[in-house]
Design a protein. Structure first.
Length: 233
């Protein structure tokens, strides 16, 4: 476990990157090894999406919701050790956030100004005490622009597609499977990069980490070493 220099605020670490680059799993393990808390920003957007779907709110009405309307949804976050537990409707949710229905709607939800404003305050509050590893698509560029360590993860499109399929339960994806999933991810990349609000981009001061040929241990160790270097200065 690393400790910040005396007088230095406890670090905030951000991991950003496109879909399938390994952000969430890597961030969670980095946080565990450092004894930091882990904030999965994508999970928060998925929770808002799930809440809207469970409320039966038609998608064509989502864009008319205000920031206050988003905050009124039954989505809560509480600290649970080194994790933030996400609740929807008073119950903890994990697997429900990754259903095909939520996945099909979350990108649209995340493009809405009200949803981003709603979650921006919550995310920044989570980072006030430092000792945080946050992953997403705009953590280092918008949410925590002054983060102590910023990492931008990338990987080849086909590799990201393969990872997504494996995560979804396809143990040995075929070439056709990978090709189809690559198309889906490429469209998500285009949407995230071209959206007007908080587009996906590499912060100028972020460390670029290509995970295409790195195993999980190498990814985690590289980022942990960046954080540990803060205490060596």
């Amino acid at each position: 476990m690393t400790e910040p220099n005396e007088g230095m605020q406890a670090p905030v670490v951000t991991l950003d990157g496109p879909a399938g680059s390994g952000k969430s799993t890597t961030a969670k393990e980095v946080a565990r090894r450092l004894g930091f808390r882990h904030l999965d920003s994508g999970g928060l957007y998925r929770a808002l999406t799930l809440a809207l779907l469970e409320a039966g709110t038609p998608r064509d009405e989502w864009a008319s919701l205000t920031e206050e309307g988003m905050r009124a949804l039954p989505v809560r976050v509480s600290r649970d050790g080194t994790e933030f537990s996400i609740e929807v409707g008073g119950r903890p949710v994990q697997a429900e956030l990754r259903t095909p229905e939520v996945t099909a709607h979350v990108a649209f939800l995340a493009s809405l100004p009200a949803s981003r404003a709603c979650l921006l305050r919550l995310q920044r509050t989570a980072g006030e005490q430092g000792r945080l590893v946050a992953d997403g698509r705009d953590m280092g560029s918008v949410v925590f622009p002054d983060a102590d360590v910023k990492v931008y993860l990338v990987a080849d499109l086909s590799e990201r597609a393969r990872r997504r399929l494996v995560e979804g339960g396809v143990s040995e994806p075929s070439e056709d499977d990978v090709a189809r999933e690559s198309g889906v991810i490429a469209e998500r990349d285009r949407h995230d990069s071209e959206r007007e609000l908080s587009p996906l981009r590499k912060p100028a001061d972020a460390h670029l980490l290509d995970t295409t040929r790195l195993d999980f241990e190498e990814q985690v160790a590289t980022i942990v070493s960046l954080v540990e270097a803060l205490g060596a200065g």
